[in-house]
Design a protein. Sequence first.
Length: 330
Amino acid sequence: NMMNVQVTVQVHAGRDLAAKDIGGTSDPYVVVRAGASSGKTKVVKKQLNPEWANEQFTFTVQCVPGKATPLAVEVWDKDTLTKDDFMGRIEPIDVCDAALVCRKFEPRTWHKLLQDEAGKHRVSGELCLSVDAQEAGVMQNENAVSQRLERRAVDGACALLAQGHPHPGGRNVTEALRIPGTDALRVLKAISASPHMDWSDREQSMHAGNWILKHWSEREDAQEVFEYLLEAAPKSFTLDAVDELLETEDGCALDMEKGPGQAFTRVFSPEKVTRYLSSRSDVWEKVEAAGARGAGFAAFMMNKLGMRPPFTYAAKVRTSGSADAVNALA
């Protein structure tokens, strides 16, 4: 299960660093460590806002699943006659985790400098780095092909999200998840770990949730995927799915016998659908606002889920609703 990961770190600049010398300046340099490998930048004389050019380090580290391999980056002040002074460190980055879950770091990211464990040093400022971790070898086990496909799917999804795409879709994801043996739940959890996937963001949650609902429902492990999705996403996910289906252009409204509506009911049991819809007091208002297109879903909620509409909506259905909805009320 070993995997070789190539880690590339580029050191760009520091700002507002602590003054360590008598003249109110410092002579900073940066030390980078990953596994048994390390590198050191040039010293920048008398600067609290140093800049480094062409200071890039590439290491190959061996990753073991479940075991963290931290990338450690520290800033030091160079002294001639005494021991070099510690100026701060960044929060350690698990490079193996970064490679496996596609936690791509933006180029030129500023990292706050922290104290060491002793906490006895004067520390301030930030350090600007670019960090990347990619698989350098091939995992040696029988699931190598599936796991490489999963990582390709995650990589493609994260790249789309980083570009502002509304959902983690794309060819890499759909192709990888068509291959038997790939683990859709593992892919979804890895995508969720990306800094660009925020399930608390209502708009992104709606787009991502509905894309997954529509395209992953044929998989054998779809139930597990959607169970996780409903836990990760806000409770409004189900209602957002309703909104999305109400806006379909084919006129089928929320027809639960075909299309996206069929995918919705194929995965969730009627009890779960009822529970999630019942948790929102505005569900009938949304159906009513959809007019004739919402009547089919109203009939579904009444016939299949046993949900009863409020009196005001029932009265409107009896006077101007569709035949399906009227029959359901009867």
